[in-house]
Design a protein. Structure first.
Length: 171
């Protein structure tokens, strides 16, 4: 059985920061033919369409939780993403509704420039969207979107987005 450990890990320097700076959405089923090696996607994004959403500083959070059960012999990864988009806009409301109807694949770029693919096999589901205007002048006006997904493997790292068709519009 291939359950034996293969390596250890030394203490790492404190040189990381939290947060997410960008997310890229792809329609479910559009990210086929990806090559994953050693936990990273090395090829397969050429010609794929990704929709880029830049986030305000420190308004995105990704949590991936491994759950294993000795009783049932199962293991899976629960992926949870929360992002904030500033401004309430009709065009965003329409696009958010499309996200909620589908189950997109999501590539997250964190503040350390790591790229991770969420929902690689089964996609991600919108669980809540909160549009808020705030109360006081300094309160946030915009949307908070929450996504969840359940996968057999951890989110693979993405080597780079070279070759992908990245759509960025700000109507």
């Amino acid at each position: 059985m291939a359950c034996d450990l293969t390596s250890g890990r030394l203490w790492e320097c404190k040189e990381q920061v939290g947060g997410i700076k960008t997310v890229y959405f792809a329609d479910f089923g559009d990210l086929t033919g990806l090559t994953v090696s050693n936990g990273a996607i090395s090829t397969g994004l050429t010609g794929k369409t990704l929709y880029r959403y830049e986030l305000p500083d420190y308004t995105g959070n990704l949590t991936e939780t491994l759950t294993a059960s000795a009783e049932s012999g199962t293991l899976f990864y629960e992926q949870a993403l929360e992002i904030t988009l500033h401004k309430l806009r009709a065009v965003d409301s329409d696009e958010i509704k499309l996200l909620a109807k589908g189950r997109p694949h999501i590539i997250v770029k964190d503040n350390n420039d790591n790229l991770l693919l969420l929902g690689k096999i089964k996609g991600m589901n919108v669980t809540t969207v909160a549009g808020q205007s705030g109360t006081a002048a300094g309160d946030m006006s915009g949307y908070v979107l929450s996504f969840t997904g359940s996968e057999y493997d951890a989110a693979p790292f993405v080597a780079d987005l070279t070759g992908a068709s990245i759509v960025t519009t700000n109507p």
